[in-house]
Design a protein around this ligand. Structure first.
Ligand code: AMP
Ligand code: FES
Ligand code: ZN
Ligand code: ZN
Length: 306
């Protein structure tokens, strides 16, 4: 390993796309500066905002919580317990331990207590678990932030996540999703502002930051994520990146700078409050309330059968 570009210590990481070797201290500093620059470039939030970080217990979300806390932002955490056995229990434990370590609040929402756990909902619907889960996570993130008075929601999506989504949307030219792909989703229409401060750091860089910061994170992936197409896109992108460092960053940033503005025709989504829970939706009753109704019906059917 080369020497650190900032001091004479031995480097612990080499960043090929930036042609930079750094020691532990300077890597942590580099990463936090990059996060802060991203926050400022995209006007995500300020030191006055009460920020809620959605944490899964993994390296990215605990890492972004740590970096924002170290930079002096007011950041608390939200963990949504999905009820996926051991995986969810261990993730909650690690998120709680991390919150205690940095002395910030962790709010916990249990799907089982609010609607039903993911394995039960998966049985009910003929949709992949991750798609039901994504809808529920977005719903409870927004609802909880509003209830508790947070003005911004942070998620731990990194550059690899964003590139995989971008690739998926480009391959099917999904213009509606492409328009919405941006590091900031503005508040309004019942939605709290949502931002992705790690969108310009790669998965490897994020993992290294969590590791060097001494964060105890969950290494296992969600058991339902096996076979997701995004994993293939990530592998493909990483292969291209290996041969041509900087490709991921270019792919994402040039989309944001050049392509997205051409697509950004304001689309009126006709959002209105859900007639049952009041959260924003494009139909009369939101998808989470419809899911809850289906669950109630299936329970009633089961009671009749017995
Ligand atoms: P994923 O959709 O699993 O790739 O996660 C993307 C982001 O959503 C993570 O970086 C977290 O910020 C957030 N997230 C994922 N799972 C949870 C969870 N169980 N509770 C709260 N936030 C989560
Ligand atoms: Fe939600 Fe996998 S089903 S994280
Ligand atoms: Zn150094
Ligand atoms: Zn609803």
């Amino acid at each position: 390993m080369r020497k650190c570009a900032k001091c004479s210590e031995k480097g612990v990481i080499y960043l090929p796309q930036h042609r930079l070797a750094l020691c532990k201290t300077h890597y942590l500093e580099w990463f936090e500066n990059r996060v802060e620059k991203t926050v400022k470039t995209f006007s995500m939030f300020s030191k006055k905002d009460d920020i809620l970080v959605a944490v899964s217990g993994g390296k990215d979300s605990l890492g972004v919580w740590h970096a924002l806390w170290a930079l002096g932002y007011k950041v608390d955490g939200l963990y949504i317990n999905l009820g996926i056995g051991e995986y969810s229990e261990l993730s909650e434990k690690k998120a709680k331990a991390f919150a205690d370590k940095i002395g910030r609040k962790l709010h916990v929402v249990s799907l089982k207590e609010n609607i039903a756990d993911i394995p039960t909902l998966k049985e009910l619907q003929d949709r992949p678990a991750c798609s039901i889960c994504g809808t529920l996570k977005r719903y409870y993130m927004n609802l909880t932030a509003k209830k508790l008075g947070y003005s911004v929601i942070v998620t731990g999506h990194n550059l690899d996540d964003e590139c995989a989504v971008l690739m998926g949307n480009v391959l099917s030219w999904n213009i509606e999703y492409l328009v919405r792909q941006y590091p900031v989703l503005e508040e309004g229409n019942g939605f709290v502002r949502k931002v992705k401060p790690l969108c310009l750091v790669s998965e490897k860089e994020s993992a290294m930051y969590a590791f060097l910061s001494g964060i105890d994170f969950v290494e296992d992936e969600c058991p339902y994520s096996v076979g997701a197409s995004s994993i293939n896109y990530k592998l493909l992108m990483s292969k291209i990146e290996e041969e041509s460092p900087g490709t991921k960053l270019r792919f994402y940033l040039e989309f944001i700078r050049k392509v997205r503005p051409m697509l950004a025709i304001k689309k009126d989504l006709h959002l209105r409050p859900c007639q049952v829970c009041g959260e924003p939706t494009t139909s009369d009753v939101c998808s989470v309330c419809r899911l809850r109704m289906r669950l109630e019906n299936s329970k009633a059917e089961m009671r009749r059968d017995f």
